[in-house]
Design a protein. Sequence first.
Length: 307
Amino acid sequence: MKKFKMALFALATLALLATSTACGGGGGGGSDDDGSSSTSIPAGFVAVPGATFDGTTAITGSYVFIAGRTVTIQNLLVCDHEVTQAEYQSVMGANPSNFSGTNKPVERVSWYDALVYCNKRSLAEGRTPCYKINGKTNPSEWGTVPTSDNSTWNLATCDFTADGYRLPTEAEWEYLARGGNLTNSGQTTYSGSDDDIESVAWYRENAYDVGSSSPDYGTHTVKTKAKNALNLYDMSGNVWEWCWDWYGSINQSTGPTGAASGSVRVGRGGSLGGYASYCTVSSRYYYYPDDRYSCDGGFRVVCSGSE
């Protein structure tokens, strides 16, 4: 089994998941489409206006929105749910998920897999792909998706001005999870709730500790918990979500898309296997980009430029 590195709390969570016979193998460290053109908002997406965090006052508890760091969030079209297994299979032709269910979030997908999905879907819908590997945007020219750390794929670039599908940056993800609130007034602990995690998240106590014989065990159909202030679902819990950024310490000089380099990518949001503290809007952790072992890790997509 491959070796991997992650934040301590994520390690503890996913180590327990790895022992589940349902997951199998090792632990790791997850949109509706009407065929519309790039000039319309895809079904299942919401338009979110951008904002600028000027760094004058840090957001309490945040590792991203810190004093002295300026971050501008552009206008976004945001999928209101995590990519489902049906959506993933329609683009990729396969469903790698452990917890099978058409409208459950896809899981056991690597960061590399997510890039392929985004560009394939963009091309299919007439949008301009965001990602390039070796200067090419068509995933059919990228070769086989790596199953181990790959230096070429790690050099992938993202055109944040393109209108195609992509992963959110970590700053974008946290902005969305906070309901678009970049002040210290009205913040919530979880995405959509300050103290009632049960209303907004599938997490360890209601989706893992119930035991594998329970119908509540595992991931759940998206959008079954309450939405947040931006009408986004499952920003806390169900599956943790890949972000674009390399994981690293953030300081005043860190750019809006995160660290310039690294060995692991950011995951956010907590999951069915995570304790409540992992599902907060501030909690961050990391995984190797080739990690497909996590049966509680998936992603959601955004597009730059709202209508």
